[in-house]
Design a protein around this ligand. Structure first.
Ligand SMILES: Nc1ncnc2c1ncn2[C@@H]1O[C@H](COP(=O)(O)OP(=O)(O)OP(=O)(O)O)[C@@H](O)[C@H]1O
Ligand SMILES: Nc1ncnc2c1ncn2[C@@H]1O[C@H](COP(=O)(O)OP(=O)(O)OP(=O)(O)O)[C@@H](O)[C@H]1O
Lengths: 217, 217
């Protein structure tokens, strides 16, 4: 397990600090708002009330050996930029920052952030893609144009075994799971002898165009 | 393609409206702030300046046949609750709402929201999990305790073909892709004859404990 520091305990920061702590890590949580810090005391290793833009304060909490610092300090852009700059100068190797928009993200990159997070934008795009395609119950963008999607079983494969359906060879789709729509039971990494039934949903990995072609069979 | 209405054009709403439009859907974007609406005119089918809490206004924009309405109206909880209630009464079948926290989410569920989104919380948890486990370059929670993760190739499998490594039979892991760390090239749905080399990263689907066991070989 590792050691982390989370600066700014709003929605994003507080969930991040709690999750890191629950995963068994050492977590220092810091915010300038006393009541927010008090709420976190039971859920982290150390909770500190301080203004992160004071460089001497950052120096006093020994951040050299942390695995990462996560910054999410609200809508004042200059605060996150300043804090990122100081941490870079103190030698912190991984600086993760929540950005408000693309311009903010670019500046943070320049001053030393190693990873930029856009929670609203990322979730908005994913929500739009899932809503726009009713068959994508939930899709997971993997590499480039490959994705993981759920597709219904076409009529012509009803009653065929997974092995005989030759999904990889004939349709370029790798089957990850099969879900029975009625019972809701999901069979992950199914056996080749599994008989496909209409009403089941296949979770497949493949290119967007192969997924679309299969859906329109 | 479908028809959607997006109410509230902040960070989340504006990205959602644009993405839905880019995917070829009919999109009505609505906000009470005139300058925000003007910025969206080129990126949606119709942009309207209006206060969504006025029920007669919602009635005038013919929402009966939309596939979904997406609501993200900022930190005033009562606004999103009121708008959700009116849309439910107007017969809108899918109402997607961005919630501020779990309590807000519970109330929205009661008044008729069909899908609740917590962008900050979801992204915070995912960020913490990826940071906490350096080998999880990026993981994708699938069903229950199954996930998709990237793992390095252990010494004992160096030089073995994918087929002979019998990853599914001996380690309960399904290989989705193989990435060469040096060249950055990713081979999705690799051939069984692929020879595994140290320095390659395997993207696998499996249970958390099977992924951990494989990593500690
Ligand atoms: N200079 C600072 N030093 C320490 N903490 C700060 C400083 N400036 C702001 N903060 C804290 O950062 C937190 C920011 O939370 P806020 O909810 O505004 O934004 P966010 O976390 O970026 O967004 P969200 O809540 O949507 O995730 C607040 O708790 C605030 O007290
Ligand atoms: N009654 C209302 N009718 C129409 N629009 C509204 C109403 N109340 C708020 N809005 C609009 O909703 C938008 C809310 O954006 P805001 O950025 O505050 O929140 P958000 O979208 O939930 O958060 P984020 O920007 O982090 O995604 C604003 O553009 C605001 O004008």
């Amino acid at each position: 397990s590792g050691k982390f520091c989370v600066i700014g305990l709003g929605n994003f920061g507080s969930h991040c600090a709690r999750e890191l702590f629950e995963l068994g890590n050492d977590v220092i949580a810091l915010d300038k708002n006393r009541s927010v810090v008090n709420n976190m005391r039971d859920f982290v290793s150390q909770a500190i009330v301080a203004d992160a833009t004071k460089k001497d304060m950052l120096e006093s909490i020994e951040l050299e050996d942390v695995d990462a610092v996560i910054i999410s300090v609200g809508s004042n852009i200059s605060t996150s930029i300043l804090v990122t700059l100081y941490l870079k100068e103190l030698g912190v190797k991984e600086i993760v920052v929540k950005a408000l928009d693309d311009d903010h993200g670019r500046i943070l990159n320049q001053v030393g952030a190693t990873r930029i997070i856009f929670p609203e934008k990322d979730m908005a795009i994913k929500t739009a893609q899932v809503l726009s395609d009713p068959n994508l119950t939930d899709f997971i963008p993997l590499y480039g144009d490959y994705l993981v999607a759920e597709v219904p079983i076409p009529d012509q494969l009803d009653g065929t075994s997974l092995e005989d359906a030759r999904l990889k060879r004939d349709y370029s789709l790798q089957v990850l799971a099969i879900k029975d729509e009625n019972s809701g039971v999901t069979d992950i990494s199914p056996d080749p002898e599994h008989i496909l039934r209409k009403g089941e949903l296949l979770t497949v990995l493949g290119r967007q165009e192969d997924v679309d072609r299969f859906r329109n069979l």
